[in-house]
Write a protein that binds this ligand. Structure first.
Ligand code: HSE
Length: 431
């Protein structure tokens, strides 16, 4: 006979709906494979009249969160409302009440993961959050399970589906950022308020969790240098492609000595890099371990069913452990205790697009200033003149060999103070 596991779910938005649907679809298969009969018995839903596009018996709904987090019948609480609060408070109360907690909430885990993990430990219950990073891709359990024997020196991820969809459509069809965003919103890929996605904040939350798991050090999302895709233009995409690169919004972290550098930025990736072929709403995480070498995880980073699959994976794992009586472990373990220190932006190769006056001697002045700052130029390209703010200018595109960002900014500041430039139009890292 299957053992019954009762789950209470907070929220019935996209992820909640996907989790419910995935369980309905595969409940008997899960029972066959695991001997566990998992049932979502209560759902926090403060707008039960709203059509969710899914049949759920009305008696499962409650508007009172305590009916879930303080309910002695419930074994596992699935927090799927998103946002830092009240989600963190609800999870903390559920853990304190002896419930195992699963969440898809990257913002709450990035901000309060340490506190929640300590509470789980204190109360000898489990806290799982696979769905918080890259949706359906099982990256966290892989890094902290089968890959534990490795030391990792770097991680690069396409961690946001909305922005990858926008950049792919701009690159493939030459559409403008505004047109693709509108199209993505109409198709339901992008949120009505896309700020967290397009400004890179969603990816910074996910990178913060990856840095803690991989390097054992704290990098709060607000400490990670973050830039979204709103400044990437079709012109940049075209110039990058002509030089053999694709532009992708990457969350990256790298260990150098006892420091960890990291950022979320649009980056020029060589076309032959495996991440360059990850298109549309797909996500991917690329890691380099000292035993396993290079690995890439690819899949859907968003969407109800893929994210629901990750939530259910955690629920099944927790239910299996409870069933065997080993109801406590600390995997995946968020760590903030290593000797490594997060040091923000490091050095990199850079792409710079400038609008410069169309007159003699300009190139000489600019290259001299780069030279004075010990910045070496790998590629330089100049385009036909056009009018900008009533002035005839040309686009000057340079790809620079590795330098510190602060050094590059000093050089550009000097260039901007000279008469050799109209404006710096864009700066991007080159991987
Ligand atoms: N909004 C995110 C994305 C999914 O577009 O990838 C949830 O993290």
């Amino acid at each position: 006979m299957s053992k019954k596991i009762k789950v209470g779910m907070l929220g019935i938005g996209n992820v909640g709906r996907g989790t419910y649907q995935a369980l309905e679809m595969n409940r008997s298969l899960i029972a066959e494979k695991t001997g566990l009969d998992i049932e979502i018995v209560k759902i926090l839903n403060r707008s039960p009249e709203k059509d969710r596009g899914i049949e759920i018996p009305k008696e499962k709904y409650t508007a009172d969160v305590q009916e879930i987090i303080a309910n002695p019948e419930i074994d596992i609480v699935a927090e799927l409302i998103g946002g830092i609060e009240p989600a963190t408070t609800y999870m903390a109360e559920a853990l304190a009440n002896g419930k195992h907690v699963v969440t898809a909430n990257k913002a709450a885990i990035a901000a309060n993961g340490e506190k929640l993990a300590a509470l789980a430990q204190e109360n000898k219950v489990l806290l799982r959050f696979e769905a918080a990073v890259a949706g359906g891709i099982p990256i966290l359990s892989s890094l902290t399970g089968p890959l534990l024997s490795n030391e990792f020196t770097q991680v690069h991820g396409i961690l946001n589906g909305t922005t990858n969809y926008i950049l792919t459509q701009m690159s493939m069809y030459g559409k403008s950022y505004e047109d693709v965003l509108k199209d993505a919103q109409e198709k339901g890929f992008a949120e009505a308020d896309p700020t967290a996605d397009v400004e890179g904040l969603d990816a910074a939350n996910k990178l913060s969790i990856l840095i803690s798991l991989i390097f054992g050090t704290a990098a709060l999302p607000e400490d990670i240098p973050t830039r979204g895709i709103t400044t990437v233009s079709n012109v940049d995409i075209q110039y990058a492609e002509d030089a053999g690169y694709k532009i992708k919004l990457l969350g990256s972290a790298e260990r150098v000595g006892d420091k960890v550098y990291g950022n979320v930025e649009p980056v020029l990736l060589p076309c032959e890099h495996p991440l360059a072929s990850v298109n549309n709403e797909f996500n991917a995480v690329f890691v380099n371990g000292n035993a396993v070498d290079e690995l890439m995880f690819y899949g859907r980073g968003a969407g109800p069913l893929p994210t629901g699959s990750a939530v259910l994976g955690d629920i099944i794992d927790m239910a299996g452990k409870t069933e065997k009586g080993s109801a406590f472990d600390i995997v995946p373990k968020l760590r903030y205790d290593s000797d490594l220190k997060f040091a923000g932006e490091g050095s990199s190769k850079y792409y710079v697009r400038m609008a410069v006056p169309e007159k003699s001697g300009i190139l000489g002045k600019i290259t001299t200033i780069f030279g004075e700052h010990d910045i070496s130029i790998e590629v330089i390209r100049q385009e036909a003149a056009y009018e900008l703010d009533g002035e005839q200018v040309v686009s000057l595109i340079v790809i620079l060999f590795r330098t510190e960002k602060s050094n590059l900014m000093k050089a550009l500041d000097k260039i901007e103070k000279s008469d050799a430039i109209h404006s710096v139009e864009n700066i991007m890292r080159v991987e």
